[in-house]
Structure formats: structure tokens, C-alpha cells
Design a protein around this ligand. Sequence first.
Ligand code: TXA
Ligand code: MG
Length: 350
Amino acid sequence: MKTEVFIMEEDSIDVKGIKRGAEIINNGGLVAFPTETVYGLGANALDEEAVKKIFIAKGRPQDNPLIVHVNKKEDIYNLTQDISEVAKKIIDEFFPGPITVILNKSTCIPNVTSAGLDTIGIRMPKNEIALKIIEESGVPIAAPSANISGRPSPTDVKRCVEDLNGRVECIIGGNNSIVGVESTIVDCTVEPPCILRPGKVTLEELKGVCEEIYIDPAIMKKPSETLKPKAPGMKYRHYAPNAQVKIIKGNLDKTIAKINEMLLNYIDEDKTVGILATDETKENYKEGIVFSLGSRTDLNVIAKNLFETLRTLDDQKVDIILSEAFDEVGVGVAIMNRLNKSAGFDIIEV
Ligand code: TXA
Ligand code: MG
């Protein structure tokens, strides 16, 4: 199929592009669009046939439910039932923003959207283009990240085109995603609420509105028979570039020494190596293709650059990516969750 592409900016929206995108959504087609976290691949969440196309376009496993996006808080109430007091507090505090709440779904949500679950993830993005498309189409929009399943999520339009050109009716490009990792997912159907996927909205921030809340213990460890993540999508290999990723974790000087040692061994084996470094460390690597994700003093920048840098290293056809580790505080929890998964939990402690 021929993919229509519209490029605009949040502060200069192309109304024609939005109208065309909304028309395609209303006709049961697929439209990729920017959000503040990552780009999404949208379809009318209430149209079973349209939603099925998302799974085909991405090659997504059928048992992995979608997040439904709304442009106003009132709409949450038609799509869900029995919203708890704590869920209301989270919505009041953090919507619109980089967070998804899992609620009990109402009967209008087709099974294919929720992958057969009785619950549904709801999110109100904080991105003018996304909000306008939802508003103009007048329906809730189911949207997973706009990547081929398993790959790092796209944070700019050229990566959407790379993955989805010819597979979807329309791609709307806007500013690059400012957060860079997908939304924090909070299951509000259990007491106390549970974080199923860490993101920009941190545990500490959520503690400001919830008396009790915890992170699903399965998401920071290698999944096993006894330790299964509660979000279906978190069990799959994910965020993975083609290259093999290895994380070197521990004291920074020892990390640098270990990476340099591994680097030389791989070069001896004729392997091309990419290094995920930081502003503070990048000068210490004498070989390999070195990229800084940003300064260690601002984890938000590291999060913003993570997926794009993994994809850039893939473009350079590296065989191995050696990554430094980050402190698991604030958004660092999300960064390490994505990195661990992209590495298949291949972590070398120093
Ligand atoms: O930031 C985001 O959330 C992006 C943008 C486009 O909004 N979307 C996104 O969707 O990351 P996706 O499909 O790539 O990831 C959704 C995750 C999956 O791991 C899925 O299993 C989980 O959310 N999920 C969705 N509905 C759920 C439910 N009812 N219960 C548990 N987990 C759920
Ligand atoms: Mg995804």
C-alpha cells in the first residue's frame, strides 16, 4: 500500500494532515503519529477489524493488549468501569502525560483491543498533534509503539517510515518525542496499585498521590517460570537492535576498564563494536563506534536518546553493543528496564 506522509510541528499543526489522518482512522485504517513518549501506531480502538490490522502491521503477538488513547479525561468513564479512588487521583495528577492506567474495561472495548483481558490501559498523551488526531477522529485510538514488534520504539518520524512505510495508510510526523521511553504503566485494578512498566512518571512521584504502590518485581529481573511480568508485553524480547547488547554494571572506572578490555577482544575477533557511553566517559574509549547518550547528571536526556542511539548503531551494522549502566533512580529505572530487555539481561557486573 502507498503510505501518505504528513510532516508538521506541535506549534504549527497542518490541519489538512490531521483531517486526512482522522478520515483514515474513521475508515478503519492505520495512522502513525507522534506522542511525547514514543511514536504510536493508531487505529479506532472500538473497530475490531481496524485493530486487527495493527497486530498484522507490527507483527505483534495476539496476546499483547493495546493502550487506548483519549484526548479528554471525561472519555475515560465510557471506556471503563469501577474506577478506584486512587486511579482517579493518578488521572487527576498526571493526565495528560507519559503515564497509562490499567482499569476494568467497559463492554464497548472489543476483545481484540484488550487481547481478551477484562482490563484496558488508558492514556491521555501530552502532545498537540496526538490530541488533535484523537479529537478530529472523535473516537478513542488504540496505539502501540510504532515499531515492528521487538525493535526499539521510534522517537522520530524517519524511524516510523523505516519500519512502517508500505504497511500503514498514513504516517504523521512531528517533533521528536521528548521523553524517549514509553509511558509508565500503573495497574489500578489491584490494591495497592502496581507499576507494570517504569517510565518518566516515577515511583517517587506516584508515591506523592498513592499511599502504597510498588513496582512489579518481575520487570527488573530476567523473566522465569516463577517470575513472570504482569504486563503481557513485558515478557517478550523487546527494544532490541539487531546487534547483541551487553551491559557492564558497577563502579564507573571499572566499567570503563572492562569495556576497553572486551572491546579489544572483540576487535581481535574482527567484530564491529558500538559503545553506549556518556559525556563523562566517552573520551576513555579509544576504539569502537562510541556514542554518548548524554550527561550522567541528566537521566532525562539519556532516556530521550536511548532508542534512537540503539537504532543508529544498527545502521552502522555493529555486531556488539557494549553499554554502561545507569543508576536505578527516577527515570533511571525505566532506562535500565529497557536496556536490560534489549540485552536479554546479559549483564556483566564489575
Ligand atoms: O508511551 C506509550 O505507552 C506508547 C505510546 C504510543 O502511547 N505506547 C506503547 O504501547 O508503549 P505498547 O503497545 O508498545 O506497549 C503497551 C504495553 C505492553 O507491554 C502491554 O502488554 C501492556 O502495555 N498492557 C496494555 N494493556 C494492558 C492490560 N490491560 N494489562 C496489562 N498490561 C497491559
Ligand atoms: Mg511497544
